[in-house]
Design a protein around this ligand. Structure first.
Ligand code: NAG
Length: 267
């Protein structure tokens, strides 16, 4: 089965939530999700993957997007799930989105890192990527690494590597908590809220009938990719100027000592 695909939403995704609010347009090259007071919407990949590099261009809800959340994530099915999350928390016009990231391993998360972006994510499309190989997970924005989660199995931290995942996205109302901690409510007079997707690319291992095949990747570099000196420099730049929350630095939250991966990794 082809493990590598470029940009046909009909071929790669199913619209799974929100009826007409999720749409595939332009012959399969554009997908839109929208949210109104009755419902949000969402889609999921047809395939399951076990490791890969996934790139998608998103243009987030513009204007007053306070209260809305656009989630874009990989997740396994069933209990004790593994999940790798980007969540984009909307804001009042002119105020910055927060990019929230998390990693679940076998049902356990509590590994949030949050960032502002160095551009307005509602003006143009930007590329948001997951690189997931057996050694690490890298979150990238326009090919700039913003977060790395290393495989900490050697020191007892579970890593997602046995459960295949699908790629999901949804747009929903989270005004209970999303914007300024829930103080700013969704302004329904601005509905529908719409997010745009294009240029999905997966160089990935496709899971089928209990085994995974990486046969048809156009590019296999992701399988062993880590951070070279240049990416480490960019990661430090993002973490220094744009990171607004890091669970590893939240000492109050872990009175018994920080999670092990925080003690072992500089990132
Ligand atoms: C929204 O804007 C405020 C004010 O600039 C900022 O403190 C907050 O982090 C922004 N993002 C969210 C999701 O609340």
């Amino acid at each position: 089965m082809a493990a590598s695909s470029a940009g046909n939403f009909y071929q790669d995704f199913d619209l799974i939530w929100g009826d007409h609010r999720a749409k595939i347009l332009s012959g399969g090259s554009l997908l839109t999700l929208s949210l109104d007071q009755a419902s949000g919407s969402g889609f999921q990949s047809k395939r399951q993957y076990l490791f890969g590099r996934f790139d998608m261009q998103l243009k987030l809800v513009a204007g007053n997007s306070a209260g809305t959340v656009t989630a874009y994530y990989l997740s396994s099915e069933g209990p004790n799930r593994d999940e790798i999350d980007f969540e984009f928390l909307g804001n009042l016009s002119g105020d910055p989105y927060i990019v929230h990231t998390n990693v679940y391993t076998q049902g356990k998360a509590d590994r949030e890192q949050q960032f502002y972006l160095w551009f307005d994510p509602t003006k143009d499309f930007h590329t948001y990527s997951f690189l997931w190989n057996p050694q690490r997970i890298i979150f990238l924005v326009d090919n700039i690494p913003i977060r790395v989660f290393n495989n900490g199995e050697p020191y007892g931290v579970p890593f997602p590597k046995r459960q295949p995942m699908k790629l999901y996205s949804s747009l929903w109302n989270a005004d209970q908590w999303a914007t300024k901690g829930g103080l700013v409510k969704t302004d329904w007079s601005k509905a529908p809220f719409t997010a745009f997707y294009r240029n999905f690319k997966a160089n990935a291992c496709v899971w089928s009938k209990g085994s995974s095949s990486c046969a048809n990747n156009k590019n296999n570099a992701w399988q062993t990719q880590g951070l070279d000196a240049n990416s480490r420099r960019r990661l430090r730049w993002v973490q220094k100027y744009f990171m607004i929350y890091n669970y590893c630095s939240d000492l109050k939250r872990f009175p018994g000592g920080r999670p092990r991966e925080c003690r072992r990794s500089r990132f």
